[in-house]
Design a binder for this molecule. Sequence first.
Ligand SMILES: [Fe+2]
Length: 701
Amino acid sequence: MSTYLNRSTLLDTQEATALREQTRQYFHQTADLYESLFQTLVSDEAYYVNPIKLRHPLIFYYGHTNTFFINKLILAGLITERVNPQFESMFAVGVDEMGWDDINAQNYNWPTPLEVKTYRASVRKVVDQLICTLPLNLPMDWDNQWWTILMGIEHERIHLETSSVLIRQHALHYVQKKDTWRSCSAINTIAPSNSLVDIPPRLIKLSKSPEHYGWDNEYGNFETECTAFQAAKYLTSNAEFLTFVEAGGYKEDSYWQEEGLAWRHYAQAMHPTFWVQQGDVWKLRLMTEEVAMPWSWPVEVNYHEAKAFCNWHSANTGKQVRMPSEHEWYSLYAHAGLSDEKVRGSMNANLFLDHYASSCPVNTYAHGDLYDVVGNVWQWTETPIFPFDGFKVHPLYDDFSTPTFDGRHNIIKGGSWIASGNEALKDARYAFRRHFFQHAGFRYIVTDTPLQIHASHYETDKQLSEYAEFHYGDIYYGVPNFPKALSDFAVQHLHTRPAKKALDLGCATGRASFELAKHFDHVTGIDFSARFIGLALKLIQQGILRYTMVNEGDLVSYQERSLAELKLTDVAHKVDFWQGDACNLKPQFTGYDFILAANLIDRLYNPRDFLSNIHHRLNIGGVLMITSPYTWLEEHTPRDQWIGGYKQDGENVSTIDGLKALLDEHFKLMQSPIEIPFVIRETRHKFQHSLSEVTLWERMR
Ligand SMILES: [Fe+2]
């Protein structure tokens, strides 16, 4: 690259004015770079055709990073106006093959690239204005309101890389070479033969420093004794991997793990995905071109292919060959004498786009007696990502990590040629599904030490576990199960009204959606939290839920609940769950006979808008059921948005009066409000007992 890319902002070593200015530069440079990446697409059509199945087309990613900014800034209360509500629901979610990603093309009427470019420019003005004017009090840490701005920038840096991978997977005729994205010209160099380096035992102690921005999964503590092992001096090159391909490695099932074998059969893979075979000649697909195979560059494969190579290598050598675990990678990093400070100042790694828009030979950048401990391509590890002790979700991005704590996402370390910002730091913990392709390869190690697996099959997130118990667990103090009681109450009052489609808004972990499906032909559950939705989907997929419940302090008990026990198995096929924002729902969620908004309105950032527009989603004659304990809190809802619970001109305004005023234009209150109680178990000795006021509203107009 001709321009030198800013490193991620140093947060703990400067005063406010310098920090503000550096953040502003970092923001604009990131936005410029993202724009420039999309200039490698040749036509509008290139934005709309999916590079690979199961992912959105690139137009989504073009708009997504700016939508993310607006959604998070609204959530943080730093702005109140949306730039484009339609774009901001369309570009909001759908990036990792999650069950709640809606990638059905029928549901999207994508705007033109020019419209998105204009939108991006408008968002850029909003963010720039905020960076210039928002009061900045140090320290700049996780609780600082500026964290949201850093989050938006670092999020775009991640998508800079993931979008570059999608562009690399796009058909060649949709992409074009650009001077600013020039690949390495060292194509015809001979690959060095690999050898093993002794790595001594070492205590690995991890704890995130306040120097840089970090994602939630980097915080907490981790400590372990790492035993001695031997590591390959170089990343595995294309030449070294060719010996495995030519030995029939893609045909011999015994080298492949069960999951890897299923992937290989599905993908019909016979060689690494970016290799192109033309007769006897091999070529390599780069981001915007195909070149003669650079045998000395690192091979890029998914975890399954790397694992099969290691197993083949073990069989050939009689040694225990595998990839390093996460902590073994830290041992390599320490052995190489690296630190964030050294890496950020040097150009001695194929990182930060400092050198090329591609990989380069594996013997270019030495780090001690190893090469490419950071940079060139990411390195797969054997470790499925897990939370460190003391892990907490960041309240503004609760689904960054938690959906990946499922034993199916492996950590990659070291960064690639395009990794920058947080991605290029030692502490970064990115994890991808094992069949995914990034600019990622591997280094093998030889060791007899068995792998430590940290994954837990039990949901241990305290809030999720409380909700799992609230929805699917025991009855406490004789108070009936709340979601079931709501569903029973609704069905009793709906009588013979149409019962085709119901919407459960703010469905949390989904019990009411399942219950309503006994009466309705189809029920859609939507919640803002992907963590909650993830749990509901797990129930549909596996029929079973396992979680820990806190008894006292660190003491927990283990629970298992099933749809079968609750007699809900037969209706599960009638339910679907989506992540969504009740204040900015996607257009396809409409035409309902019944909408349940249970314990929702006092959690919304904009309940007035929600109530003024909800009739659009309901058929005439359809029923809206609102239940709420009316717990108005400024942390969820700005005071000027409260529906009630305040004084106006010296008079009390109750929520029921506020509801009547807002719903009167389109709805009729069907009967007097009633109260339905609920109990949430926090620990064995602490329970919350609340009363939710229930009102039913018929849409008249
Ligand atoms: Fe994203």
